[in-house]
Write a protein that binds this ligand. Structure first.
Ligand code: CU
Length: 217
């Protein structure tokens, strides 16, 4: 293969690879920035629930008077639903499944002083708490024997609670705060890469041949 042909091939491959990368990256960025679009506000339970079992997002149950939470759900070491959003006046009943050993409900932080007493294991055990205006805000709680294994939950009461917008890529990914800037730089760098690659190819094809090469034109 003559040197010029090689350069043409190499340059072509480089452009093709760059173009492919350019096509792929904005698509990924658009996906990242997508979602419901209108904004999806959820109570901000803070970092305490980050490792709570079964927790992905809070269930909005603000139109219900009575809510039941399973104690010993999933693999037996979870509250289900682990995070709920209710209105003042709602009675929450924790109901033991009998799975996962002895559990209890103990407040971690917040206005509602939850305490079901000593851990128990029997299926059908219940613990009731009526959330009133006095408990407006966010209360997090745990199961004493299994807190370290992620048996935690959270209750948001009322409309006036701190919220986070979860319409971004992930509830637990702090990078979504900077997604606009990120997308911007992805676009700029892709255009730059394509431009540099094209210029490189052009100059290689035009001037890349050594003056000492005898076989050229
Ligand atoms: Cu437990």
């Amino acid at each position: 293969m003559k040197r010029r042909d090689f350069m043409r091939a190499a340059g072509g491959a480089s452009v093709a690879a760059t173009a492919a990368a350019g096509a792929a990256q904005p698509a990924a960025a658009a996906e990242e920035g997508g979602g419901s679009g209108g904004g999806n506000l959820e109570p901000d339970f803070g970092a305490y629930l980050d490792d709570a079992n079964l927790y992905e997002s809070a269930e909005d149950l603000r139109d219900q008077d009575e809510v039941t939470i399973s104690v010993g759900a999933g693999d037996g070491l979870a509250f289900d639903p682990p995070a709920i959003w209710i209105s003042p006046g709602t009675t929450v009943t924790w109901e033991w499944t009998g799975e996962g050993g002895a559990h209890n409900v103990v407040a971690n932080e917040g206005p509602a002083e939850l305490n079901s007493g000593s851990p128990v294991g029997e299926a059908g055990t219940t613990y009731e708490f009526e959330f009133t205006e006095d408990h407006a805000g966010i209360t997090t709680y745990y199961c004493n024997p299994h807190e370290g294994q992620g048996m935690k939950g959270g209750i948001a009461v009322g409309d006036d609670v701190p919220t986070i917008d979860t319409s971004g890529p992930s509830l637990k990914d702090p990078s979504h705060f900077g997604v606009d800037i990120h997308e911007h730089w992805v676009g700029v760098s892709v255009i730059l890469m394509i431009t540099v690659s094209l210029l490189f190819t052009f100059f290689m094809l035009k001037y890349g041949e050594s003056p000492h090469t005898s076989g050229g034109n």
